[in-house]
Each structure stands twice: as C-alpha cells, then as structure tokens.
Design a protein around this ligand. Structure first.
Ligand code: ADP
Ligand code: MG
Length: 327
C-alpha cells in the first residue's frame, strides 16, 4: 500500500474565508519567543506574544509552497474550518492571519498544556486516570459533534492534534490541525487523503467513502490509547499496522484493561467497528453510560490495580459532572 499525500485536489475543501489576511509584518505586532511548540509535516508552531496586549499565542507557520506546489487552497480550507467552528470552545480559536512571502501565519490561541500524547504514555504519576479520560473525551466529542453537525470531518484526529490548555492541573481540550479537514457534502474522491496509519479507519484503506464515522474510528483508537497507553493497531511497520486495522485485530484482554471499567471497553467496542454505518456517532457516544453521570458511580466498584491510572477510588468531584464545561 502506497498512499500519496493529500494535495492539489479541491473536493470537499472550503474556500471562502472571512478573516482578513494581514500583509503588514507579523514581527511588528508579535514578539516571537524562541520556543517551538511543535511541528508537523508542513508546519512549525512557535510561541509568540502580541505586543499591544501582552497576550500569548501560538503562531503556526504554513509554507505556501510544498514540494514545489502552491498550497494556498489547503491553507484557506484550514482557515475556513477554524472560522466555521469558532463558537465551539473545544476547537482552537483563530485570532489573526498574516501572509509573508513564503508563509501564511495562523495566530492561534495558545494551548499551553501541549499534546495529550505526552500524558497517554507517561508514568503512573503523570498518566491520565479514567476519570480524566472521561472528562476529556466528553470535550473531544462535544467539539467533534459540533464539526459533524456542520458537515465537517476532521480526518486527522490523533493525540498529537489534541492539545490541553494546561497540563498541571489538567486543563481542557483544544482540537487543532484542520489541514486534512473536509466538508462532507461536497467530497467525492478521497484517495489522496490519509492520516496517520495507526489512526486510519478501514474504509480509507479500502478506498471506500469517508464520512463522519471515519473520525469516530480515530476517536476509538484515541480512547484506547488514552486509557491503556498502547496504540491498538500499531505494528512493527506500516504494512503490519494496516493489516491489523483491516482485520480489526484488537487486544481487549483483561491484562491490557486492568483497572479500567468494563463500560470503557464497551464504549471503545462501539467505535472500532469495521462497517462505518454500524459505528457509534459522536452524539450517540455522548449518551453512552460510560460518560453518563448516573452510571458513573459503577466505575468505583472496579478495583484499580493498574499502575497506569489509579485514582478511580477517589471521590468524584462535582466539576467533572458539569457539562458542557466552559473553556
Ligand atoms: P501540522 O499540520 O503540521 O501537523 P499542527 O497544527 O498539528 O501542524 O501543529 C503541529 C504541532 O504544534 C502540534 O502537534 C502541537 O504540538 C503544536 N501546536 C499546534 N497548535 C498549537 C497551539 N494552538 N498551541 C500550542 N501548541 C500547538
Ligand atoms: Mg498535526
């Protein structure tokens, strides 16, 4: 299996943007901290401070040309999706946009807690508890349900694209990276789009139509990873990973899910379903007993023996019950 990068296809892309693209120098208005917040395939993200307000932001530098091709359309699509989701608190806020000779700079709300990835693989003292995961998953689903109601699919949901407002104390979710996002009602051809192998749904591997259910698969993989610290389909190489995905080769053993409530496992099983039509939707997920306050006390009857998460026996705080949480 060899997949090309997403590029040069217009289908499903949003093109209309409302944000004014500023051409005055970015550096006249922002002080760039030396600190790099992260980077992906085509972007570098740096911390910056707005001179007029002293407020911190994350500046995402997107190259206008990639591999010799003009990528303005991809960037406009990313901006348009951010604009369309600006009323949802769990989607990162877009503050301003600048254009230089080589880059478009997205000035984004800074999610200072970094990627949830770091706390999925951390030691027991820094890893998420199941209660943490429940709170964060509700926020992720709230954001994703919003996108889906607006006919937008993210298509690159993974721990590197889900950030936290703060790490300690554990803050709230900010969904970032809409570079692969598409509008469902105008998408026809998907061969060119592919996220990260570990998070990719079976229908993508089979060149079958993508849908909002494609995101739900990734969320299933994500929750598995947040709870266990293990990536369910990851093989020794790409081929093996793709084979695991297409065969839905998942380990639900008690050993892997030690100390995790059976409801959590049940929840994941509603998402890692081969047929996209049979997969739970974001709205359905939000009313699953695992996330429902009324059934939550059951969690505490499970012994918490695992070292990866161990605070299930702590009393529930009223804060984790409030929904929706404000940012
Ligand atoms: P790419 O499209 O290249 O993957 P992303 O938007 O995912 O770019 O940004 C790359 C990385 O930069 C992210 O994985 C994250 O670590 C960091 N990052 C992105 N946006 C922010 C933000 N608003 N606040 C803090 N860090 C960010
Ligand atoms: Mg990314």
């Amino acid at each position: 299996l060899d997949f090309a990068n997403m590029n040069n296809k217009n289908n499903g892309m949003l093109t209309k943007i409302h944000t004014r693209i500023r051409t005055d120098p970015f550096t006249a208005n922002y002080e760039l901290g030396g600190k790099e917040l992260g980077r992906g395939k085509f972007a570098v993200v740096k911390k910056c401070v707005e001179k007029s307000t002293g407020k911190q932001y994350a500046a995402k530098f997107l190259r206008l040309r990639r591999k010799g091709e003009d990528c303005r359309k991809d960037i406009m699509n990313e901006i348009a999706v951010l604009e369309s989701a600006k009323s949802n608190p769990y989607v990162v806020a877009l503050h301003e946009v600048y254009e230089t000779s080589h880059d478009i700079i997205l000035v984004l709300e800074c999610a200072a807690g970094g990627e949830i990835f770091n706390q999925c693989v951390g030691d027991s003292d820094e890893a998420f508890t199941e209660e943490d995961v429940i709170r964060l998953v509700k926020q992720i689903l709230n954001g994703v349900a919003f996108l889906h109601r607006n006919n937008v699919v993210h298509l690159d949901l993974k721990p590197q694209n889900l950030l936290l407002t703060s790490a300690r104390p554990l803050g709230d979710i900010r969904i970032v990276d809409f570079g692969l996002s598409r509008r469902m009602d105008s998408i026809t051809e998907v061969r060119e789009i592919l996220g990260t192998p570990e998070y990719v749904a079976p229908e993508i591997l089979n060149y079958e139509p993508i849908s909002t259910a494609t995101d739900m698969w990734s969320i299933g993989v994500l929750i598995y990873f947040m709870l266990t610290g293990e990536s369910p389909f990851l093989g020794d190489n790409k081929q093996e990973t793709f084979l695991n995905v297409s065969q839905i080769n998942v380990d639900y053993s008690e050993e892997t899910f030690q100390g995790i409530s059976p409801l959590a496992v049940d929840f994941i099983k509603t998402l890692l379903v081969k047929n996209p039509r049979m997969r739970a939707t974001a709205e359905e997920c939000l009313s699953h007993p695992w996330l429902c306050p009324l059934t939550r006390p059951h969690l505490h009857s499970a012994p918490s023996s695992s070292s990866h998460r161990s605070s299930l026996d702590e009393p529930e705080t009223s804060q984790s019950e409030s929904e929706p949480e404000s940012p």
